[in-house]
Design a protein around this ligand. Structure first.
Ligand SMILES: Cc1ncc(COP(=O)(O)O)c(C=O)c1O
Length: 387
């Protein structure tokens, strides 16, 4: 099958699942207002950091009484500082169903070598059996598996009253999905995802129960970069913008730009609508094709941020794993060469396939303009790889 090459290209061919597309209208001139070459401890600069905290708190609908802080090393730093501080205080269940969640499981089981870890696993495209979670223990879950396009279907899976702490990596869910704050205790995310910020520091939100637990003695000494508490309990200054180490004020300015844009267009409901519309465009296209399908077969667990797709054409399925990976590389390369879409290959550890970021910073028109290019590229890839 040969398809003629489409002529219409996405205006912004940016579909990476991280760092994600900038917001529509973003321009480097936003950095003109950045306070550069100054100490981040000065009042005006700390105020910018505080604004990131306050806007994130409000935009995400985080309850009063929670602490929101800016922490080193993006989401990875935020998750690991929590796991290192709390891991071993009590037994922990951890969900492992794609690349990032399996890293958290490996951290707890293999690196920290905790005595009492239960890893609940599932292959790419599925969720572990959530009914197996023991909520009297601590629980580490990833809300949206960025590398498999599978998300927790609803906050209702977490009991309102749970003895353990629920730690949630919400990197690719925050600013796109409803997070059940009344059922979560620790939530982390990074700047480089749904609002399209530059990658830099990360964010952590703590419920009052989480603060109380963090103030208990940690099972191990922590490096400075992981320390949220000191001799007198929680280090409150961190939650007022006094970061543990030096942040990039360029990245802070960019994070603020994304948050201000999100507020200006109507906040979380509008961010969610935009992302859901993007998934709807992809769903409509997939339903009319026989060469491609969602990695998440269950509709209720299908992500509308990291939209992960598998190639199911018989010629592709018949290829060896190595050839499949080469075919995906070829397909995504020719789309990128045409400047019709960048960063569309599935994550390096995931099954070979395609991934389209559908978060709110991506315009539905651009997704719709991309899709015919994928049809064209698939047909060309078939010509080269079919055996
Ligand atoms: C679910 C999840 N957790 C953690 C990370 C790591 O985030 P970062 O590289 O911002 O630390 C990512 C990055 O894509 C992610 O998607």
């Amino acid at each position: 099958m040969t398809l003629s090459k489409p002529t219409h290209r996405p205006k912004r061919p940016f579909f990476s699942s991280g760092p994600c597309a900038k917001r529509p209208g973003w321009h480097p001139e936003i950095f003109q207002s950045a306070l550069l070459g100054r100490s981040h401890r000065a009042a005006e600069l700390r105020a910018r950091l505080q604004e990131v905290i306050t806007r994130s708190h409000n935009l995400l609908g985080i309850p009063e009484g929670w602490r929101v802080g800016i922490v080193p090393a993006s989401d990875t730093g935020a998750v690991e500082m929590v796991l290192w501080a709390l891991g071993g205080q009590r037994g922990i269940d951890v969900l492992s169903f794609e690349s990032f969640s399996s890293v958290w499981a490996a951290d707890l089981r293999d690196t920290l070598k905790l005595d009492d870890v239960r890893v609940l696993s599932a292959p790419y495209g599925e969720l572990p059996d959530l009914s197996q979670i023991d909520w009297s223990r601590d629980v580490m879950l990833t809300w949206n598996g960025t590398t498999s396009g599978v998300c927790i279907p609803s906050g209702g899976v977490i009991p309102l009253h749970h003895e353990g702490l629920v730690i949630c990596d919400a990197t690719s869910a925050a600013f796109a999905m409803d997070l059940p704050w009344d059922r979560l205790d620790i939530v982390t995310w990074s700047w480089q995802k749904a609002l399209g910020g530059e990658a830099a520091h990360g964010m952590v939100a703590l419920s009052p129960r989480a603060v109380a637990r963090l103030e208990e003695p940690s099972p191990r000494p922590l490096p400075k970069i992981f320390r949220l508490t000191g001799k007198n309990g929680l280090n409150e200054a961190i939650f007022r913008g006094d970061t543990i180490n030096t942040p990039s004020m360029l990245c802070v300015e960019d994070a603020l730009d994304g948050l201000r844009w999100a507020d200006a267009i109507g906040g979380l409901p509008v961010l969610q609508q935009r992302a859901r519309r993007n998934l709807a465009a992809v769903t409509d296209w997939v339903s009319q094709r026989d060469w491609i399908a969602f990695l998440s077969e269950k509709e209720e667990t299908r992500s509308w941020t990291s939209i992960c797709l598998k190639i199911v054409a018989p010629w592709f399925v018949a290829l060896s794993d190595k050839k499949k990976a080469e075919a995906v590389k070829f397909l995504t390369h020719i789309v990128a060469e045409e400047e019709a879409g960048y960063d569309l290959a599935s994550y390096r550890d995931a099954p070979p396939g395609l991934r389209i970021w559908g978060g709110a910073t991506v315009e539905t028109d651009d997704i719709e303009a991309l899709l015919p290019w994928l049809d064209w590229a698939c047909a060309r890839t078939q010509e080269v790889f079919e055996q």
